[in-house]
Design a protein around this ligand. Structure first.
Ligand code: FE2
Length: 283
């Protein structure tokens, strides 16, 4: 802890803020206690065990367009819901309001150090818009294609910032994060994921509105962010990142929270919506 600013204790050293501005991400090993991570893994297993599958499970991949018209997905913003790999059996993620609906995830997501980190990175009054428990089971977890988080949680101006925790050791062979260092400064936002009825959407539940289709991805630019359990990775909303498939016999579970600036414009065409009576809340 470095000092105080506007009543929020700061957390990061000046060179860490500089690193984040340059790279678009910051890796903080040992941020969370391993036992706290294990507790979240156990809690997620309990939630999974209590989940009663619907007639047709909801599939989530970054390629599969089925989800775009899936009401189960579109109304999951304030809920705890379950999304599966294309096999329909392997859990892919739990989302998108564990931070508001489950006491254990609530406490983890509102760690008193996080407002300091957010303030250090320039967020004046962040609200927790989304949380996801990210599952990559042994030999089964699928890859996540390169993307920028601002595609899914766009605000004007762009303010989305990701907090990603390795709950289990994340390595190249079990599907760790890969990030493009400095990519947030080199490419604009490529596209926005918008609801049907929005000016930018075509037919269907949602669509990707292409903003910079002429900008090519740089597959060679990504570096692996291997992370031991308890590591926190902070991600700029414009940073291109991805994760690999789990080809190992070890699972790779992770948890993420995305915050946006309260004063920014959060448009009605964003896929994730909270009601006025149950709005996104801060730390
Ligand atoms: Fe992401």
């Amino acid at each position: 802890m470095q000092g105080e600013d506007d009543g929020v204790p700061t957390y990061l050293a000046a060179d860490q803020v500089t690193d984040f501005d340059r790279d678009g991400f910051l890796v903080l090993p040992g941020f969370a206690d391993r036992r706290a991570c294990e507790a979240l893994v156990e809690r997620a297993a309990e939630l999974r065990a209590a989940y009663v599958p619907r007639d047709r499970v909801s599939v989530f991949t970054t390629r599969d367009q089925e989800r775009v018209s899936d009401e189960y997905f579109l109304s999951s913003g304030p809920e705890v819901r379950f999304f599966f790999e294309p096999d329909g059996v392997t859990l892919n993620k739990i989302g998108h309001a564990l931070h508001d609906r489950d006491p254990l995830f609530d406490a983890f997501s509102r760690d008193p150090r996080l407002p300091g980190i957010a303030a250090d990175l320039g967020l004046a009054d962040p609200v927790l818009q989304q949380s996801m428990y990210l599952v990559k089971d042994a030999h089964k977890g699928g890859e996540v294609d390169p993307h920028q988080d601002a595609t899914f949680l766009w605000t004007d101006p762009v303010t989305v910032t990701g907090f990603w925790w390795a709950l289990q050791d994340a390595t190249v062979d079990n599907g760790c994060l890969w990030a493009w260092p400095g990519g947030h400064r080199q490419v604009p936002l490529a596209r926005r994921f918008v609801r049907a009825g929005a000016e930018l959407a075509d037919d269907g539940g949602t669509a990707f509105a292409e903003l910079a289709p002429e900008v090519a991805d740089r597959p060679d630019a990504y570096v692996p962010l291997e992370a031991e359990a308890g590591t926190l990775v902070v991600l700029h909303g414009l940073l291109p990142h991805r994760s690999g498939a789990n080809t190992s016999p070890r699972s790779r579970h992770a948890y993420s929270v995305h915050v946006v600036e309260r004063a920014s414009t959060y448009p009605p065409e964003n896929w994730l919506q909270r009601s006025a009576s149950d709005p996104a809340r801060g730390f």
